[in-house]
Write a protein that binds this ligand. Structure first.
Ligand SMILES: Nc1nc2c(ncn2[C@@H]2O[C@H](COP(=O)(O)OP(=O)(O)OP(=O)(O)O)[C@@H](O)[C@H]2O)c(=O)[nH]1
Ligand SMILES: [Mg+2]
Length: 309
């Protein structure tokens, strides 16, 4: 870790070590740098969906980590996009701006070995009053001898309060990251219960897990024009019964999502159900349909109906 800037005056570390801290931390970055993977690794559960494709995350999602010394409320955000292609993209970008307005510090996540114009532009979104920490992810992909010069070069790009290299996927550098972030949280009582790991309910998480399968198992076009709506969610102590609709924006996409003999849809539903059972800790009965709603990604009313507001 390289530390360049002055720290906020919060007393000596020894003096304050014992005080409980709690606060929220935005994770921002361009699409696909590993924000959601980092959130999940920090929280220790898959509360935010991930995939190899950019623009997987569409909503702000809080992931909570409670330790004896602190409660960290991380806010995962959609990957910030330079081009506003449609109303959905605009909704996603607004989510980033809103997240930054309400946190105690922000983590700008970049990929090791790459600091692009898109990363630089994100700096402008962060007000000077919010401490900005640079987190360099995917260090597992960069040889040591290239990492150090990259860190030295990148730290000059902005007055970062700190710089921490990590690998979210291999869970490297996470303890150091938490120790560093804790210094920027105010001394206050926890905001959430000790066992809470996210502010999102099971209904939302169920829809997201199905959407994740679209991102992971479909080609390049389908996921961007798809959304998932939970039409029924009944939970009794032993079984959750969930009915979900995958909404696509073109008639021609429906047979692709279903696949020959229904095989694609079946595979996605099975994988989503297994993830739900793991996350919710109980049995799930899941039924999934496919529906067409033309042009929903650029129609404000449809977006609202699909939960993007
Ligand atoms: N090698 C390597 N890959 C990683 C690491 N962290 C994340 N990835 C991969 O990077 C890809 C994107 O990860 P996500 O967590 O979905 O990225 P994101 O920034 O949330 O993406 P959006 O939500 O689309 O903005 C996935 O294929 C991850 O497995 C890492 O530390 N090392
Ligand atoms: Mg994401």
């Amino acid at each position: 870790m390289i530390d360049r800037s002055e720290k906020p005056d919060r007393g000596s570390d020894e003096e304050r070590e014992g005080a409980f801290r709690c606060g929220s931390i935005a994770i921002i970055g361009r699409p696909n740098v590993g924000k959601s993977t980092l959130l999940n690794a920090l929280v220790g559960a898959r509360v935010s969906i991930t995939s190899r494709k950019p623009q997987t995350t569409r909503h702000r999602i809080r992931g909570i980590l409670s330790t004896p010394q602190a409660q960290f409320v991380f806010v995962d955000t959609p990957g910030y996009q330079m081009e506003h292609r449609n109303a959905l993209n605009q909704f996603m970008n607004r989510g980033v701006g809103q997240a930054i307005g309400e946190v105690d510090c922000a983590l700008l996540l970049v990929e090791a070995g790459r600091f692009l114009e898109a990363d630089r532009r994100l700096l402008k979104l962060v007000p000077a009053s919010v401490p900005l920490l640079l987190v360099v992810n995917k260090i597992d992909r960069t040889p040591r001898e290239r990492l150090l010069p990259f860190l030295q070069e990148t730290v000059r790009q902005a007055p970062f309060a700190e710089i921490v290299p990590v690998s979210a996927e291999r869970r490297r550098g996470l303890k150091e990251l938490l120790r560093t972030v804790r210094k920027y949280l105010p001394e206050q009582a926890p905001m959430f219960g000790e066992d809470e790991i996210t502010d999102r309910d099971e209904r939302f998480l169920a829809a997201e897990l199905i959407r994740e399968k679209l991102f992971r198992l479909m080609g390049d076009e389908i996921p961007y024009g798809s959304s998932v709506v939970i039409e029924k969610f009944e939970a009794d102590p032993r079984l959750r019964r969930i009915h979900a609709a995958i909404v696509v924006d073109k008639e021609g996409h429906k047979p692709i999502v279903i696949g020959a003999g229904g095989e694609k849809l079946k595979r996605m539903a099975t994988e989503a159900r297994m993830d739900m059972q793991r996350l919710f800790g109980g049995k799930v009965h899941l039924e999934v349909w496919v529906k067409v709603r033309g042009g929903w990604t650029d129609d404000t009313r449809s977006l609202k109906n699909l939960g993007y507001e």
